[in-house]
Design a protein around this ligand. Sequence first.
Ligand code: IPM
Ligand code: MG
Length: 406
Amino acid sequence: MAAALQTNIRPVKFPATLRALTKQSSSAPLRVRCAAASPGKKRYNITLLPGDGIGPEVISIAKNVLQQAGSLEGLEFSFQEMPVGGAALDLVGVPLPEDTISAAKESDAILLGAIGGYKWDKNEKHLKPETGLLQLRAGLKVFANLRPATVLPQLVDASTLKREVAEGVDLMVVRELTGGIYFGVPRGIKTNENGEEVGFNTEVYAAHEIDRIARVAFETARKRRGKLCSVDKANVLDASILWRRRVTALAAEYPDVELSHMYVDNAAMQLVRDPKQFDTIVTNNIFGDILSDEASMITGSIGMLPSASLSDSGPGLFEPIHGSAPDIAGQDKANPLATILSAAMLLKYGLGEEKAAKRIEDAVLGALNKGFRTGDIYSAGTKLVGCKEMGEEVLKSVDSHVQASV
Ligand code: IPM
Ligand code: MG
């Protein structure tokens, strides 16, 4: 059973620059900022950004799980909690305070909950919680966003797709995160010569931005099943024509990876028609945003999926891909597993602490094996629990694996 999740978050060998950050080899020296704590212990500074909605609930649980799994591997964490998104707007009037971004940059890794909510929906754009998240991604230069989608055997029935279509799906979306239409200029809303309002954005990619995300994707595919599908809209968009040209050129350096290309409309269709055809998908910022939500539903719930956002020279940002779910915030209904699994990705990709990461992955599977389910993944015959109880079950499971192995 455990194998299913491990394939989901398998270590990846990145290009030299990213490799330094992700510390794939457990024998490699750790981040210089990682100071020795108690004798025999390694210490890491983690910035926690709970954010809005269900963010604080799921972060407090993931923090406990991280601490517990880490301590069993001789790791000590010092956590610093900082405001972001709506929480920061309410506190200091901006969605990404200076103190938050500097604390994040100084830390070894960042664990984020979620941002956004009805309260701030009508804010001007620069005062929207989402703007804070984009500023955070840009500030940390985390251009490579890894979004795994794995159908766990325990949750096949939670998928809206037929069992035979969903069973065995194990794919990774590699989304470009700091470029494209999200950040391109010119952008804005103005009045044209006819006195009519026009809104506009720019989809723009420089060759180096395409190359660096493509390299991460090739390396990722190489460590998985060796298949990479690059998704674009090269039949219409110039930015996609360049994208396809650069990705194709790089393929020569990765002869062991089988590269294919697909238009995004077709990819959206293929994902629900036959998702098992995909191993690794690489795509731009906006297509990755959309396709990763779609891919998440194949697995049963967006509440299960973690993500890692990596740069080539600084700490990584780890967050569940679900949003702040304001409709269930504070009601103890949220599924904390995506954030708990994001903590596992933090350990594996952010700190190179693969053993501690595996403790978390196994503990999540342990809680699911015992039949515990939050509402979003509930099916007949399983035990419906709230967010806190699910967290407690995962914690127990971290401990019971230790007892079992003693
Ligand atoms: C995501 C989210 C964000 C995005 C929003 C909240 C800005 O949908 O992480 O997928 O569009 O990137
Ligand atoms: Mg999204």
